[in-house]
Design a protein around this ligand. Sequence first.
Ligand code: IMP
Length: 182
Amino acid sequence: MTSHRVEPLFSATEISERVVELGRSISRDYPSKEEPLLLVGVLKGATLFLADLIRAIDRPVEFDFVAVSSYGAETKSSGEVRVLKDLEAAVAGKHVIVVEDILDTGLTLRFSYLIENLRARHAASVKLCVLLNKPARRVVPIHIDYCGFIIDDVFVVGYGMDYAESYRNLPYVGVVRFAEQD
Ligand code: IMP
């Protein structure tokens, strides 16, 4: 691993306060408690965010996880996205919110793929919730319905997000500073 250090960006308190606000917005936007709401977390990065977010939602809510991969930024066809773990929950007739850790270039097409896939399964509606948005890096336009924080073009870790599988367990979000950036 290249020599680096991690600088705090958002503290655990800042994150939990923002997650409470997002939970309130979601509760307000789906007022009819009879309408089923399903939150779909994208593995692995969104696990901690999803766990906190569902506890901030004041109405019945179901959750599930998907794992998707793609062949990376050099491939641009949605046919390149592979589902590694599908949903167990039924989707038809439910309001679905896809929960992701971070929206960067949009080139992996996981969002567009998942949203189209859920619509094809007759979800009543499909929205996107991301903890972090890096708009400066966006190549593919993607509409975000709920966003935790907007950040600059930096590589972040913690609160579920990793650098080579490390740092997912940090309770805060930090920026990775590589030695050559010093
Ligand atoms: P996109 O298609 O470029 O938007 O890819 C988004 C995905 O790339 C995220 O869901 C993360 O898995 C990963 N990613 C992008 N930026 C970062 C980062 O700063 N830290 C950790 N993972 C990142």
